[in-house]
Design a protein around this ligand. Structure first.
Ligand code: ADP
Ligand code: MG
Length: 258
């Protein structure tokens, strides 16, 4: 964070990352010597067979877990050297997470779910709900603000989860199978929205997925197998498509409070 209260543009740098779990007294290597660089503002799709280590990699670069060895630098911060208090602060300011199963609080409305990070930051109710309302409007969910998760479709719930992920204005959005619980049409709407966060708001977006359609939205694909990166290539995404075109950033940027 610099003096103006802005988080500097992130570049993710992973070097010789190893992660092993101990299961029943046995060492289970899950990631092996993974090295990766992701530039700020890039949209990266991560694919690979089930069990290849995609979620583990995402959780490590999101500061949700610690590596066995190797270096992880995100937005200039060395996660591998942080204690759990620093990691919690890093996650709060730098990363928004979106999961397959939405993880919304069932007893809260869409608006309250989006505003939840503001409760943890002790923001006044009016302020956090106004901000949540703006985010819901941005994701075309303002007409569902007072619905509870059970009253929303899967795609709508995921849009609420995306709005919540944006609440603290993190520069990086990390998604683990965000369309895994959605039909393919709804999944495409969600992927398109994630693309727009990248194109219109300059977010760095990382999406772990089984859906090959991600190639139409990502700038780059990283393929994992057995805990190793086996391919890494730029996509041929159609940048002239109207959904991919940047619009006026001004209408969507939300000013950061100090
Ligand atoms: P993917 O997301 O690609 O399906 P994961 O990263 O979830 O793969 O898991 C990779 C491997 O690591 C799997 O063999 C899984 O069983 C193992 N694994 C993941 N998390 C743990 C854990 N907390 N403890 C033990 N093994 C784990
Ligand atoms: Mg997974």
């Amino acid at each position: 964070m610099n003096g103006n209260g802005h988080v500097p543009a992130p570049a993710i740098l992973v070097r010789n990352l190893d992660k092993a779990f101990i299961v029943g007294g046995q060492v289970l290597p899950v990631l092996r010597r993974v090295s990766l660089r992701i530039d700020a503002g890039q949209f990266v799709g991560v694919m690979g067979p089930s069990g290849s280590g995609k979620s583990t990699l995402l959780y490590l670069i999101g500061g949700l877990d610690k590596p066995s060895s190797g270096q992880i630098a995100v937005a200039g911060q060395r996660l591998d050297q942080m204690n759990s208090v620093d990691l919690a602060r890093f996650r709060r300011l730098t990363v928004g997470f979106v999961f397959q199963s939405f993880h919304l609080v069932p007893t809260l409305t869409a608006l309250e779910n989006v505003a939840l990070p503001g409760i943890f930051a002790s923001q006044p109710r009016e302020e956090r709900e106004e901000r949540a309302a703006r985010l819901l409007r941005m994701l075309k969910m303002d007409d569902r603000a007072y619905h509870r998760p059970s009253q929303l479709s899967g795609g709508q719930q995921q849009r609420v989860a995306i709005a919540r992920a944006l609440f603290n204005e993190p520069p990086i959005i990390m998604c683990d199978e965000p369309t895994g619980a959605l039909d393919s049409h709804t999944g495409e709407i969600v992927m398109k929205m994630l693309r727009q966060l990248c194109t219109r708001m300059g977010k760095t977006v990382i999406v772990v997925t089984h859906d090959p359609k991600i190639e139409q939205y990502a700038d780059r694909m990283v393929l994992l197998r057995d805990g190793e990166i086996v391919d890494d290539y730029p996509t041929n995404r159609d940048v002239t498509h109207p959904d991919m075109k940047p619009i006026q950033v001004k209408t969507l940027t939300i000013e950061r409070r100090s």
